[in-house]
Design a protein. Structure first.
Length: 467
């Protein structure tokens, strides 16, 4: 390939400046599209043969030659030359070395504009499928831990203050439900990724009698894109993926933040083994949750890729401009980052060792059953909730002044605030009774959480499809 000529070289008398060649080339990153480029080229060649645009023998020769190039790409034996700019030119140049001039017929009725858009969609479609399965793997790990802790009380927080008793399983399932929606977003995005630009040519379609529906079917696309200008110019599918990825990254970051807090010596809800802990260069006692901190940080990079690519696209007119060469690196980097973060997060979930005693300890302050007291007043004495809220506030203030929990007050003390209190109220003031009473759909009662887990497994993990 050393003497291969640029596809557009005959238009120019002199070669490009060195810096022009450097800024123009994309082979350093788009070589990842080798499989997709060759697969799409084979589908295109077969269609050209079926339509009589090239002979059947020529089509078969091209397809066989591309198989050889694909083997070289897979085994790392394809030689990359910056002067050839991109993976498309490399593949065609190598094909020409193998089968001669007939290789030049491959580019009939096609442009690099629709070629790269097709390759990109094929690659992203596969990445979405991989990431979706990785998220399911993380959810499987979360569900396994949640199922063991449906009766492990912990403090549910609002404003980072103790609010009401929940259980650890319920808390973990909140993240599983977030991640489930992330998969749904990715799979919905996949529908718009899965449309074929091939045959749009440079921007206006082609005068050759091609069959765009045949190539779309051969490549597993749902349909060809209906407008050739849109086919080469559209990158909203990439933006949509980056947006879905950023949302998922934020969800991962939120769980990572909780893991950092939970594993601290101050809180102590969980502990990581040596496999997911690091030490300090100066403080020998330290066990740092670096993997969680890095997941938390990397979500910011994913958000940055989305913002960067939005900025690239915002002023582009129809149809293709070289600016669109900048579409692949943020996508590649986002996919790489997510796959790494998902592997790390799944490992941390499987590795973490919950500490139920520490979780229960934090329920011994903050009056977590105050709402249960107000609910009891409404249910048993028929007062309006606003009045019950005021009465409960006074009871909390009394307990606060005495330095005890409301469950430790004497009945006579409570009756000074509201005479309708009787002995039955103490039955609702324990952490366990509060947690088990929340039996509403989606609530934190152990039986409700177990039902949630069973539904989640049946509807999401076992079927492999988002509901």
């Amino acid at each position: 390939m050393n003497n291969a000529k640029k596809q557009w070289g005959s238009r120019f008398e002199a070669g490009p400046a060195a810096i022009m060649e450097k800024i123009n080339t994309s082979i350093d990153f788009d070589r990842r599209l080798g499989l997709e480029d060759i697969t799409a080229s084979q589908a295109h060649a077969q269609m050209l043969g079926q339509q009589g645009i090239i002979t059947t023998d020529e089509a078969e020769t091209i397809v066989a030659g591309l198989d050889e190039v694909l083997n070289e790409w897979r085994t790392g034996r394809l030689n990359y030359i910056p002067a050839l700019e991109d993976i498309h030119t490399h593949v065609e140049a190598r094909l020409r070395e193998k089968i001669g001039q007939v290789a030049g017929k491959l580019h009939t009725a096609r442009s690099r504009n629709d070629q790269v858009a097709t390759d990109f969609r094929l690659w992203l479609r596969g990445a979405i499928d991989r990431i979706s399965e990785d998220i399911r793997g993380l959810c499987t790990a979360l569900v396994a831990v949640a199922e063991q802790h449906t009766e492990t009380p912990m403090a549910g927080l609002t404003h980072m203050q103790v609010a009401q008793p929940v259980n650890f399983g319920h808390h973990l399932m909140a993240y599983a439900q977030m991640f489930r929606r992330d998969v749904e977003r990715l799979q919905d995005c996949r529908k718009r990724v899965n449309e074929s630009p091939l045959g749009s040519a440079a921007l206006a379609g082609t005068a050759f009698p091609i069959d765009r529906f045949a190539t779309a079917r051969a490549l597993g696309f749902a349909r060809p894109l209906a407008n050739s200008m849109d086919g080469v110019a559209a990158r909203d599918f990439a933006l949509e993926f980056l947006a879905a990825a950023a949302i998922h990254g934020v969800h991962l970051s939120r769980l990572a933040e909780e893991m950092v807090l939970w594993s601290s010596a101050i809180i102590g809800y969980i502990r990581f083994s040596d496999a997911f802990s690091t030490g300090s260069s100066i403080m020998p006692q330290k066990r740092n949750p670096d993997a969680a901190e890095l997941v938390r940080a990397k979500s910011g990079r994913i958000i940055g890729y989305l913002m960067g690519f939005l900025s690239v696209l915002k002023s582009l007119p129809m149809t293709y401009a070289k600016d669109l060469q900048e579409d692949k690196e943020p996508i590649f980097a986002t996919v790489d980052t997510l796959e790494l973060c998902l592997a790390a997060m799944t490992g941390m979930v499987r590795d973490m060792q919950p500490n139920p005693e520490a979780m229960l300890k934090h329920l011994q302050g903050g009056f977590p059953t105050a709402t249960d007291l107000a609910d009891w007043l409404v249910r048993e004495t028929n007062v309006a909730f606003r009045e019950a809220h005021q009465i409960t506030g006074k009871i909390v203030r009394m307990a606060e002044h005495k330095g005890c929990d409301i469950s430790e007050l004497k009945l006579a003390e409570m009756q000074k605030v509201a005479p309708m209190f009787d002995e039955r109220v103490f039955a609702v003031l324990s952490v366990e009774s509060s947690m088990t009473s929340r039996v509403s759909y989606g609530g934190t009662a152990p039986e409700a959480v177990r039902r949630q887990i069973a539904d989640f497994r049946a509807e999401f993990l076992q079927t492999g499809e988002p509901s």
